[in-house]
Design a protein around this ligand. Structure first.
Ligand code: SAH
Ligand code: SF4
Length: 402
């Protein structure tokens, strides 16, 4: 691994020109076949042409049609006239002292000159590189400990914008065959920089079900990006009716943001609990298709000082999860300006974790990554609503001194 870089910040580009042609990124095979049909490709050829395109787009990561040598010149020109391979534009990058990278990715907005921004975070480790992907601009759910939930602007991302985050990240990391890795960063030892995907960025993925499903199926496709479904985790705050659908139609790993063991408290932390209380949520987890000891459901539990971190809570947690193939992920609370909570003391987190461990669960405490660049869980809030410089400084100071 190369030496860890210090945090750098690049100024966002202020002028934005939205693309005028549709991008093929995010189209399923069937949609690609239709696009080819619209260019006059005969039906009998479409399947083969789709396979070729798929390879160039998703396996090789090409950003233009010109060099797609297996496709005829005429078809390449016709494609270029009508379509692009545009992905979200990286307009700002911050690199943490621990190698975590946070990108601000720009997407078309409602008005041509008012784009939307989402954040995407890359967390490199020795053996793996995890990309934390956003599903919405903002979030309609107002979990009281989450910064994203305070962002007003909300729209669902399209499948193309979700796959596009993965592609833009791989572009930036030189993570396509023959690519050149950035010299200023930490990347895992293996062949690939992005080995795992977590739908844990901005937004509630199960409130944007179809786009998230279509995007993840593309990401998992073995002829293209090829990240196995076991390395893709979707995190939900508990949209119960869509949990079974996620199992059946996506088949990825599931993470559930539990955070409390009593409805009264969960109602306050995760207001969606009023609609789908703990018992219903756990029932959906019990019947999650494919859950087994080898394919456990992750329960996320944010450690809030004096709120949900008592030993009694820890005992209740293990009782509650009895019979579910589970992993418990304790997340130290990441503060943000104006948040009313504090992170539990380290000693308390250890005691809590011991109870969970003694009950037979591996209970890794998730080391906060990228706190110095506000890239940690729940700190994401895109510049669509810009923080004041002062707010940002306070936040960074809080993160650095923890
Ligand atoms: N909306 C989805 C996924 C995105 S949030 C969900 O809620 O599951 C990803 C994870 O970060 C969730 O477990 C969420 O509860 C947690 N999180 C949110 N704000 C946090 C904060 N300030 N500190 C630590 N974890 C936080
Ligand atoms: Fe939305 Fe998840 Fe944040 Fe809750 S924790 S506000 S569901 S992003």
């Amino acid at each position: 691994m190369s030496a860890a870089p210090t945090a750098i910040e690049k100024a966002p580009i202020e002028r934005y020109i939205a693309p005028t042609k549709p991008s093929l990124i995010g189209m399923s095979r069937a949609q690609l076949a239709e696009a080819l049909g619209s260019l006059g490709v005969p039906e009998a050829q479409r399947k083969m042409r789709v396979q070729q395109l798929w390879h160039w787009i998703y396996f090789r990561g090409f950003t233009s049609f010109e060099a797609m040598s297996s496709i005829s010149k005429n078809l390449r020109a016709a494609l270029a006239e009508r379509f692009t391979l545009t992905r979200p534009e990286i307009v700002a990058e911050q690199v943490s002292v621990d190698g975590t990278r946070k990108w601000l990715m720009r997407l078309p907005g409602e008005a041509p000159n008012r784009p939307h921004d989402v954040e995407c975070v890359y967390i490199p480790d020795t053996e793996r590189g995890t990309l934390c992907v956003s599903s919405q601009v903002g979030c309609t759910l107002n979990c009281s400990f989450c910064h994203t939930g305070t962002q007003r602007l909300v729209r669902n991302l399209t499948a193309g914008e979700i796959v596009g985050q993965v592609m833009a990240a791989r572009d930036r990391l030189g993570d396509w065959p023959g690519g050149v890795r950035p010299v200023d960063g930490v990347v895992p030892a293996g062949e690939r920089c992005v080995t795992n995907i977590v739908m844990m960025g901005m937004g509630e993925p199960l409130y944007n079900f179809e786009a998230v499903r279509d995007a993840l199926l593309i990401v998992a496709d073995g002829d293209g990006i090829g990240i196995s479904k076991r390395r893709i985790t979707l995190s939900t705050s508990g949209v119960v009716p869509n949990i079974a659908r996620a199992g059946a139609e996506i088949g990825c790993m599931l993470a559930v943001s539990l955070h409390a063991v009593r409805d009264e408290l969960r109602n306050e932390l995760v207001p969606l609990n009023r609609k789908y209380p703990i018992a219903d949520l756990l029932a959906a987890c019990r019947s999650y298709p494919g859950a087994s000891n080898a394919k456990r459901i992750t329960f996320e539990y944010v450690m809030l000082k004096g709120v949900n971190d008592s030993i009694a809570d820890a005992k209740a947690l293990v009782r509650l999860l009895k019979g579910i193939p589970a992993k418990i992920n304790l997340i130290p609370f990441n503060p943000w300006p104006g948040s009313k909570y504090e992170c539990s003391d380290w000693e308390q987190i250890e005691k809590f974790s011991q109870v969970v461990f003694d009950a037979g669960y591996a209970s890794p405490v998730r080391t906060p990554r990228g706190r110095d660049i506000l890239a940690a869980c729940g700190q994401l809030k895109s510049a669509t609503e810009k923080l004041s410089a002062r707010e940002r400084m306070t936040l960074r100071a809080m993160a650095m001194t923890e």
